[in-house]
Design a protein around this ligand. Structure first.
Ligand SMILES: Cc1ncc(COP(=O)(O)O)c(C=O)c1O
Length: 422
């Protein structure tokens, strides 16, 4: 299949990480997913910790969510016109994330962040933005930026095809480094429209914000008449029902979400204060649109997902955290010099590094990706599917049973032993 794919799909895949290149392997082909498990075309079964990179907080093919989507589909697949459920979804989002007084739906997280930045620039009438190294906000041109020489200089494009002119307004700082952000504000007085960040980065592996870091980012930005955009495409409805902003009790100006709010269907959304959101077209001049935005199937699946989260709110997040912590604790007990696990809620990453404190992209870059790949392959052979890259998060879902977790820990231990990791 991969050979055939290579002939008609660039690199054989529709999103690079699926190629398994980062673990020196080639893709497997999924036939179906049910609960905590994926089944491939070769009849192998895996306990899945990728969970489509975040949307599936209830695991694969959750009956209630599929049924909601099927019911919606029976009434039409897309209207290109208003429908009742988009209001319901926006109201539910506002209820759970009160900072999102108004919400605009998109079809992907990338569109949400792209539009949020445009909105912030228009609202503040400033051009520059600050982005953190290692945070991923989708494949928007001016967000595909790596640090230039010396972290506090302008970023440079991290992909061919992105003109330098497109990234010259993107300033880069190191996550968890407030001094760098302060310096950027000093150097670029009255020029910075917004800081965009994943409040809990999960795209360089999971990185935890240092105590007080997020609050200080908000204070710094507001002191400088800049906005803060929380990219909660992963953390939204995952860290808690109200996302990282509820978890840390903070109120960003604009929030981007996606993944979970579509229940496994393509979706994204950005929202924030009424005053800011109102300058979007058609109530204001900032253009933003989408043929499939507010798609009725994705919206129905999203509503059902949030309703289920709400129904189980008191127990679900504690259970997810317990499962994730169980993996971390059992591996930590081995006292290995070569593995450090970062975990928060249902997100975790095992970093192959001797560094016991992984708090920035610089730390992540020191990881041994070869050994990560070797361990990935060992786990895969025993039916455990962890992310095919050191730079991604493992996602625990409601479907992972106690036994799944025990089996996973055992496989980890075996893999670690076979590879002779100390
Ligand atoms: C934090 C974050 N923001 C934005 C995106 C982009 O979302 P999408 O892949 O739906 O375009 C992602 C995707 O993984 C993400 O993790």
């Amino acid at each position: 299949m991969f050979k055939n794919a290579l002939d008609v799909i660039p690199g054989g895949v529709n999103s690079p990480v699926r190629s398994f290149n980062a673990v020196d392997s080639s893709p497997i082909y999924i036939k179906r997913g049910k609960g905590a498990y994926l089944y491939d075309e070769d009849k192998n079964k895996y306990i899945d910790y990728i969970n489509s990179f975040g949307p599936l907080i209830f695991g694969h093919s959750k009956k209630e969510i599929s049924n909601a989507a099927i019911k919606a589909m029976d009434k039409g697949t897309t209207f290109g016109a208003c429908h009742k459920n988009e209001i319901k979804l926006a109201e539910l989002i506002k209820e759970k994330m009160p900072s999102m007084e108004m919400t605009r739906l998109t079809s992907s997280g990338t569109e949400a962040t792209m539009s949020a930045i445009r909105l912030a620039r228009a609202y503040t009438k400033k051009d520059k933005i600050i982005k953190f190294e290692g945070c991923y906000h989708g494949h928007v041109d001016h967000l595909l930026v790596k640090a230039g020489s010396g972290l506090t200089t302008f970023g440079s494009p991290s992909s061919p095809g992105v003109p330098r002119d497109f990234t010259k307004h993107t300033l880069i700082a190191e996550f968890n480094n407030l001094t760098q952000v302060e310096k950027l504000f000093k150097k670029n007085k009255n020029k910075i429209a917004a800081i965009i960040l994943e409040p809990v980065p999960a795209n360089m592996g999971v990185i935890l914000p240092k105590s007080g870091f997020l609050k200080k980012i908000l204070d710094l930005a507001h002191c400088n008449d800049s906005l803060v955009i929380f990219d909660e495409v992963i953390s939204g409805f995952r860290l808690s029902i109200g996302g990282a902003q509820e978890y840390y009790n903070l109120k960003p100006d604009i929030t981007c979400i996606g993944k979970i709010i579509g229940g496994g269907f393509p979706i994204g959304a950005f929202g924030g204060k009424k005053e800011i959101m109102s300058i979007l077209s058609p109530s204001g001049p900032v253009y933003q649109a989408g043929t499939l935005s507010g798609n009725p199937i994705a919206v129905a699946a999203g509503i059902k997902t949030i309703e289920l989260l709400e129904k189980n709110n008191l127990t679900l997040y504690t259970k997810l955290e317990k499962r994730a912590l169980n993996i971390k604790t059992e591996i930590d007990k081995l006292n290995l010099e070569s593995i450090t696990i970062n975990q928060i809620g249902s997100l975790l990453t095992f970093f192959i590094t001797k560094n016991k404190s992984v708090v920035s992209y610089k730390d992540v870059l020191k990881c041994d990706t070869k050994i990560y790949g070797a361990l990935f392959k060992k786990l895969l052979l025993t039916g455990i599917m962890v992310p095919p890259s050191q730079f991604e998060a493992m996602f625990i879902s409601d479907s992972h049973s106690k036994n799944d977790i025990i089996e996973t820990i055992e496989s980890f231990k075996k893999g670690i032993k076979t590879l002779g990791l100390k």
